[in-house]
Design a protein around this ligand. Structure first.
Ligand SMILES: NC(=O)C1=CN([C@@H]2O[C@H](COP(=O)(O)OP(=O)(O)OC[C@H]3O[C@@H](n4cnc5c(N)ncnc54)[C@H](OP(=O)(O)O)[C@@H]3O)[C@@H](O)[C@H]2O)C=CC1
Ligand SMILES: N[C@@H](CCC(=O)OP(=O)(O)O)C(=O)O
Length: 423
């Protein structure tokens, strides 16, 4: 619909109304129906492989013409293997334990009233995310599994790919007995549609923004719908005085270089002053050999001539690239203070053999995920056993860290009496 004169508000309200109706239907489906719908959606994705890959080739050609970086093109690209992984992902989500209807607490009051706290869907979830077609299927699938209707607004470069994925999913959902409108895609790249979505309080229960600074600023300024933030990851690894050098080396290299463009990649390495000279040279050697640019404070620079100077802006930068800032700190309190000041409450890790220092760090660093002797790249729903993820919540309300099907639910109280009235 891009390029046409359309009443965007009417389009978005129609999407909202359909989503609301679908969410009411979904909320009372059985676990078996949702499994059948998701499995049928996976079958439909496989059946539409040629169409989807064709659409993706068009997105890729436009992305190349637009000058997208290799990392962004890789994010956008589908092939048969990736498409199969997406379909398999839907089946994995289908096979997860059903999150709905679980009785979380159950008690009877002296007056005989029986009260149960029961897990229910959130309702309609609007998800705004980058040009990554697999997120379209993962997010739609997790919403359906948890009985929610999804309104998906993927990145503009992925519109053709995401449209064909959503078309296939909707057909599959219907074949499986679920409403097609359980998953809808905003059919335009016009960012005004995002603005409308953020204010559709009658139809949308939760907004999940998954992206960087520009999206953050807009959502903070305009959203009237409650938000579960999935924002930037300025993630740290702290090498403590009691760090095992081999673990530190392996973790730092993996945290930075396994995939540099993801939100869980380490952006700043903090090193205890007492071990900087002993541990940093080998670690910098590994990073440089792997193609990483290292920027550091004066002490770090003195240890290796290839280290470029870091300035104040580096500590607040999410490079999403093969660049790392390294800072020497005076101890765990200094590291925690740095993370509090410059981090983004996403994922932070300590490397140490001292259990007391590790527990001190884990208790005090205020991030969705805190790790001990493990890479920040484990910030991922799949790695947590959630089957897939919407992303990593960097907010504190409702859900923190990886958001899977269970995190897309709320609860309500079901009270059963036999005629009680309140005195
Ligand atoms: N916490 C998490 O789970 C995740 C966080 N991220 C973070 O996302 C960032 C990288 O993503 P990036 O490629 O920059 O994504 P962007 O923030 O550029 O884009 C994400 C989505 O937001 C939309 N958007 C961006 N700005 C606006 C605006 N002003 N108004 C309306 N819509 C807008 C984009 O639309 P359009 O296509 O029009 O640009 C796109 O759909 C990093 O900071 C990364 O850490 C990424 C993945 C997961
Ligand atoms: N959590 C996922 C990556 C999510 C993510 O950051 O995606 P993107 O920024 O689109 O590359 C993972 O660890 O694989």
């Amino acid at each position: 619909m891009d390029g046409q004169t359309v009443d965007l508000t009417a389009v978005m309200r129609d999407i909202g109304q359909r989503a609301r109706a679908a969410s009411a239907q979904l909320a009372v489906t059985t676990p078996e129906q949702r499994v059948a719908g998701l499995r049928a959606a996976a079958v439909a994705l496989r059946a539409d492989a040629v169409l989807i890959l064709d659409a993706n080739a068009r997105d890729m050609a436009a992305g190349q013409a637009k000058g997208l970086t290799p990392a962004l093109l890789d994010r956008l690209r589908l092939d048969e293997g990736r498409l199969e992984a997406i379909a398999k992902g839907l089946e994995d989500v289908a096979d997860l334990p059903d999150p709905l209807g679980a009785v979380m607490a159950d008690w009877t009051r002296p007056n005989g009233l029986r009260i149960q706290r029961v897990r229910v869907p959130l309702g309609v979830i609007g998800i705004i995310y980058e040009s990554r077609p697999n997120v379209t299927a993962d997010a739609g699938g997790l919403c359906v599994k948890s009985g929610n209707a999804a309104i998906l607004r993927g990145g503009s470069e992925s519109l053709h790919s995401s449209s064909t994925i959503v078309d296939a999913m909707r057909r599959g959902l219907v074949e499986g007995g679920l409403p097609a409108d359980a998953v809808q895609l905003v059919p335009t790249t016009n960012r005004a549609a995002v603005g409308i979505l953020l204010t559709m309080t009658d139809f949308v229960d939760v907004i999940i923004p998954r992206g960087g600074k520009s999206l953050t600023a807009r959502v903070a300024a305009e959203s009237r719908v409650p938000v579960i933030k999935h924002l930037d990851g300025i993630c740290h690894v702290y090498l403590d005085r009691a760090a095992d050098p081999a673990k530190g080396r392996a973790i730092a290299l993996n945290a930075k270089m396994r995939r540099t463009g993801i939100c869980g990649a380490m952006e700043t390495l903090l090193v205890h002053r007492d071990v900087a000279a002993a541990q940093l040279p080998a670690l910098i050697e590994d990073l440089v050999a792997a193609g990483c640019e290292v920027r550091g404070d004066a002490t770090v620079q003195s240890l290796d001539g290839r280290v470029l100077p870091a300035d104040d802006a580096d500590w607040d930068t999410e490079y999403l690239d093969a660049i790392l800032s390294v800072k020497v700190v005076d101890g765990v309190d200094d590291a925690i203070a740095h993370i509090e000041r410059h981090g983004s409450h996403h994922t932070d890790s300590i490397v140490t053999e001292d259990a007391a220092t590790a527990e001190y760090f884990l208790a005090r660093v205020d991030s969705g995920i805190v790790l001990w002797n493990a890479s920040t790249q484990f910030a991922d729903g799949g790695e947590f056993g959630f089957g897939a993820e919407i992303g990593i919540s960097t907010g504190k309300l409702h859900a923190r860290g990886p958001v899977g099907a269970e995190q897309l639910t709320s609860y309500k109280y079901v009270v059963r009496g036999d005629g009680q009235t309140r005195p």
